[in-house]
Design a protein around this ligand. Sequence first.
Ligand code: 4AD
Ligand code: MG
Length: 465
Amino acid sequence: TISSLLHSPPSDEGANETVTITGWVRSVRRMKNVSFAHVSDGSTIHPLQAVLTKEQSEDLSMGASVKITGEWKESVGGKGQQSRELLAEKVEVLGEADPLTYPLQKKYQTPEFLRTLLHLRPRILANTNLLHLRSGIISTLTAFFAENSFIQCHTPIITSSDCEGGGEVFAITRPESFFKTPKYLTVSSQLHLEALATAVPRVWTLGPTFRADKSDTTRHLSEFYMLEVEAAFIDTLDPLIALIEDMVATLIRSISASRLGKETLSAAGGEDKAKELEERWKGLLERPWSRITYTEAISRLNSAVEQKDAQFVFPPVWGAGLQAEHERFLAQTVFDGPVFVTDYPKSLKPFYMLPSTSTTPTPEGGETVACFDLLVPAVGELIGGSLREHRYNELLAEMQRRGMAVGDGGEDEGSLGWYLELRKWGSVKHGGFGLGFDRLVCYLAGVENIREAVAFPRWYGRCDL
Ligand code: 4AD
Ligand code: MG
């Protein structure tokens, strides 16, 4: 059958039997007396080789869909990816592809060019593999969370408030006054997950989130997937951090033990890149990962500047956000692996975070919150998480201080009164995190630009199809 032939090459399954395969032609090579076609059904990045007569190959061209019946034989050349090849008896073109107009070519085509052909790009085998990898990560994580007693929940995409308070929201304005007040595409499921976590203490979700960031970078999209977790009855960051380390280790073990892992390494773009990626995977299995407070990180960055180990465009100052260059230096140069930076200044973070209990001395009056960012080499910030303010009065005071609406719906529709109200009845200490799913794909596959990790990327100024 098709699956036994294409799913696990090189395969001896069905050896010397007559079989029929369907797929797309990835290349055709015409010799004097014989032709070779590489055919793929998308299940693996290694196409199958079909051996054809000159006449049989006449109508075949790259991109065409075909049905070939033939004998599954030991490969004569023996140099290809597979030990077997298909000696064609009957060749049927299902859908032609005119080689004069088909935009994909066998030669190298740049990522920028391929981004203008998003509808065809999944046919590039490295991109095909990313589809498999994404799907494989989701299955593994789904099982991981179930084993750890977390239930998967769905939260809304149309929301009435901007969770992070960053202001980078897409507003829904049509049809006019459909909802009474402006609504937005969600920037994070966190607030809704917190409500669910007051009924079921361990919840997670994976869904699209939207940010009208005008960032034109290799790690920002306007529409991206976020994996979010919320856990009740926790009073330190430790269980969240342990869960993350365990989650990633489980992923690495599952990927590297499977064909998906091998194919991801072969799709990495050369032997050196594959080796580097394999080292990265191995490194992630060593736990616990590094941890440093924000305050210590600022000192560390400043001493690097003093000792001329580093030069930054933005000087590291307590109270200012960590710039990409600072994050890169910490994850790549200082720790050479993942690092949790904890206890950021309160002024840098959203309203909902619990004050921290960190013992690192901060500058006079420098309040910090119980939070972390996970920084990783090449990608930068992969995860953001925190403990949440669970006390009614403290949360109310903070929301008022920030000028947020705290009414209870009705007149005050769109306010976060409901979120505050969760602290009135049966409130418990809790916390959670959000992981940039597309950044995780980049990190695990060694993909340099997030625009390749997503089949149909949207970013500032671009939403092509
Ligand atoms: O750090 P963020 O903004 O955290 C939150 O939204 C929290 N409410 C999550 C929570 O605690 N439940 O976003 C979480 C992660 C970031 O660490 C980053 O990996 C990713 O989402 N992210 C983006 N990924 C791609 N494109 C963008 N524009 C992103 N913005 C954030
Ligand atoms: Mg963040």
